[in-house]
Design a protein around this ligand. Structure first.
Ligand SMILES: C[S@@+](CC[C@H](N)C(=O)[O-])C[C@H]1O[C@@H](n2cnc3c(N)ncnc32)[C@H](O)[C@@H]1O
Length: 303
């Protein structure tokens, strides 16, 4: 009955009933059904494709992404600045930082093909104490990204946990280890989140997959069967926060096809671009720091 009421949205009687019905239940699943039905006959917008080779966008991604046409990008993977954790960012406040990330996510939503995925790598950070008498502040960035991702037109699909060996992370548990005093416990953080979201659309994923008619399935291909991925981190002398190549290979395997145009709007040393090229995707990299841009240019002279 619910379906009929919402489906027959071109008949005034059902329109009125549908409205009463939604006002009463205010249920998210019903809103989603209504969204599907309301948009089922909408004409598809023509996608104008101009990106045919690896591309470097130099400058603030909030501005440079505006050069890209609607829906030209097939997949986005990125690791944004973790608030002011590194020297390349200096936001006035945490809210200021989240607002900026939101504006960039809005652009990401506009240029991402309908129904495709964005994967964001983030984890909590801690600010320095301003004096011995003050507490430090710990920011749950991954929780707050959920809000700005949904506000900018994506919906939650998965959280993948990237797990690193304990020996590779900062030791926080030392104090507790010595005193064993309750409340002083601070475990070593060996995980980071990969937030997997899909662009809101009134159709199922099958429609996206069906576009790749010539995709050859490798039935013996190895794959990660859980949302816990055990991958060693990587250090780089030129950049303080680089992706391990294996992480990029994994996300490209599960969320993109060959020849897709794939974007990293916070490219840093450009690891994602390098792996994307190797995997026959067309990378688009955004970076604003001049030092890293120079490195990117030297590294990928055909970008
Ligand atoms: C966490 S790092 C990314 C590192 C990258 N995943 C790698 O493998 O090297 C974030 C990068 O975003 C850049 N960045 C910060 N804000 C930006 C903005 N508004 N537009 C473009 N790049 C930005 C920083 O300069 C930094 O290199």
């Amino acid at each position: 009955m619910y379906r009929t009421i919402l489906y027959k949205n071109d008949m005034p009687k059902f329109q009125e009933l549908g409205k009463k019905f939604l006002d009463y239940y205010k249920n998210e699943m019903l809103y989603k059904m209504k969204y599907f039905y309301d948009n089922k006959d909408k004409q598809k917008k023509q996608i104008i494709k101009t990106i045919t080779k690896p591309t470097l966008l130099i400058g603030d991604s909030e501005k440079t992404l505006k050069k890209i046409n609607e829906q030209e990008i097939n997949f986005i993977f990125t690791s944004p600045p973790y608030y002011n954790a590194r020297e390349y960012t200096n936001y006035k406040s945490y809210n200021d930082y989240l607002d900026k990330m939101y504006r960039i996510l809005l652009e990401c939503n506009r240029i991402l093909e309908d129904g495709r995925f964005i994967v964001i790598n983030v984890s909590p950070v801690i600010s320095k104490r301003s004096g011995r008498e003050f507490e430090s502040i710990r920011y749950p960035i991954h929780f707050d990204f959920h809000n700005i991702l949904t506000k900018s037109g994506f919906y939650f699909v998965d959280e993948i946990i990237w797990i690193k060996p304990e020996a590779t992370v900062k030791n926080r548990v030392g104090g507790y280890q010595q005193t064993k005093k309750p409340l002083s416990y601070k475990p070593n953080c060996i995980t980071e989140s990969l937030l997997v979201y899909r662009k809101n659309v009134p159709f199922l994923l099958d429609k996206n997959i069906l576009k790749y008619k010539n995709f050859k399935i490798d039935k013996n291909a190895k794959f990660n069967s859980t949302n816990c991925w055990y991958i060693n981190p990587k250090n780089d002398k030129n950049h303080p926060a680089v992706f391990p190549e294996e992480l990029c290979e994994e996300v490209l395997k599960y969320y993109s096809f060959e020849n897709d145009v794939v974007l990293d709007p916070f490219a840093g040393s450009g690891t994602f671009g390098k792996v994307a090229k190797k995997k026959n995707r067309i990378p688009v990299l955004g970076e604003k720091n001049e030092e890293y841009v120079k490195l990117l240019k030297d590294k990928y002279d055909n970008l």
